[in-house]
Design a protein around this ligand. Structure first.
Ligand code: FES
Ligand SMILES: [Fe+2]
Length: 378
């Protein structure tokens, strides 16, 4: 598979086609908003620390029952959690660090999903066990997170959209997990939507909606998404209040639903975070936010503090998703792309469509995001 990334021609304005294109996308049966998941992508599965040696962890991802595990050598793996014999979940059996044994008839499978033993066979009954397989999934572990790949398997898989700005330095980390009762598309639109911030994220320690201010941000196409060029956070943000003018931040988005941000003080990354969206099924999405911070050895007291703030912040998004839940089931016609605050949402849908088409056609991905200056009030 060719995963070469290309950038579309540049302009300094958001593309005028945003609204009409989204409307056509959302009306289409094939590419409709809230109707399909992107394939040939890495999805965040679980924090590495949650996947212990010799253990199995069942999880539903993209509507598939997945058995995650870590063998006795520490290598993570993922296979379909359905026994190919009579469909019992393999995760209900046991795992000795090398093989998973199904609890129904005791068939065994290695960590690649290949059958290694059928206990009911006699010595004389020769059977090609290796022909029995439950599908496995490529797994990568990057910066303390386990990612699972869904799609066509080849030697040329795309990059994992890991947390940015960390380099080789050692950082502490913690992951916060929330379940959103919406399709990944709605979760992604909310993740990259600047207009909701002053209304939804109005904690005492963050900001309020009292004074909307004009914002202007420069976006460039990059990878499978875009990057908002490095800038100083706004003066009423908590980071500016804490660290003053020596602080800079860079925010980026990558398919399939990863919002990434790092904060630098005097040119050195002090905080980095990645919010990842993983579809559970058509109407539920898992949101995982992994925070990385410098100062190794501070996990003991920093972990609960960070968990508190991230849970409060993302819990506000979860509250909105719950409010949307019932109404989205009615499939109302929506207008989520009022420029310019809604332009990243239109880009998300265009990126998703282009990724799917380029994979299907076996051609390089042509990033459709224009180099843009976006303006909005928030
Ligand atoms: S169902 Fe798994 S061994 Fe029979
Ligand atoms: Fe939000």
């Amino acid at each position: 598979m060719n995963t070469t990334l290309k950038t579309a021609g540049s302009s300094d304005r958001a593309d005028d086609r945003d609204v009409s294109e989204l409307e056509s996308v959302s009306q289409s049966q094939v590419g409709g908003l809230g109707t399909w998941y992107l394939q040939n992508m890495w999805y965040f599965a679980v924090a590495s620390s949650e996947l212990k040696k010799g253990k199995m962890l069942p999880k539903t991802m993209l509507g598939e029952p997945i058995l995650l595990g870590r063998d006795s050598n520490g290598k993570a793996f993922a296979m379909r959690d359905i026994c190919p014999h009579q469909a019992v979940p393999l995760s209900k059996g046991c795992f000795d660090g090398k093989e998973v044994m199904c609890c129904f008839h005791g068939w065994k499978f290695d960590t690649s999903g290949t059958c290694t033993s059928i206990p009911s066979l006699t010595k004389e009954q020769d059977f090609p066990l290796c022909k029995i397989k439950t599908p496995n999934y490529p797994v990568r572990e990057v910066r303390g997170a386990v990612w699972v790949y869904f799609g066509d398997q080849s030697d040329d898989l795309p990059d994992v959209p890991e947390a940015p700005g960390l380099g080789e330095l050692l950082y502490e980390q913690t992951t916060t997990t929330l379940l959103l009762p919406t399709h990944i598309d709605y979760a992604a639109l909310a993740l990259i939507d600047p207009a909701h911030v002053p209304y939804v994220h109005n904690s005492w320690w963050w900001r309020s909606a009292k004074a909307l201010k004009p914002k202007q941000k420069h976006y460039v196409p990059e990878g499978t998404g875009w990057t908002m060029v490095k800038h100083q956070p706004t003066k009423h943000s908590i980071f500016f209040k804490l660290f003053g003018q020596h602080i800079e931040t860079e925010i980026s988005f990558r398919l399939p639903g990863c919002r990434r941000e790092y904060i630098q003080f005097a040119g050195k990354t002090i905080l980095s975070g990645i919010s990842t969206l993983t579809p559970v099924d058509e109407t539920h999405t898992e949101l995982n936010h992994t925070t990385y911070w410098m100062f190794p050895g501070t996990k003991f007291f920093m972990d609960p503090i960070i968990q508190y703030f991230v849970n409060e912040f993302l819990g506000q998004d979860q509250t909105i998703a719950k409010l949307q839940e019932g109404n989205l089931k009615l499939k109302p016609k929506l207008i989520p792309t009022i420029k310019d605050a809604g332009t990243p949402g239109a880009w998300y849908l265009r990126l998703k469509k282009e990724w799917a088409e380029s994979r299907r056609e076996g051609r390089p991905f042509n990033n459709p995001v224009p180099d843009s200056i976006l303006h909005w009030m928030s």
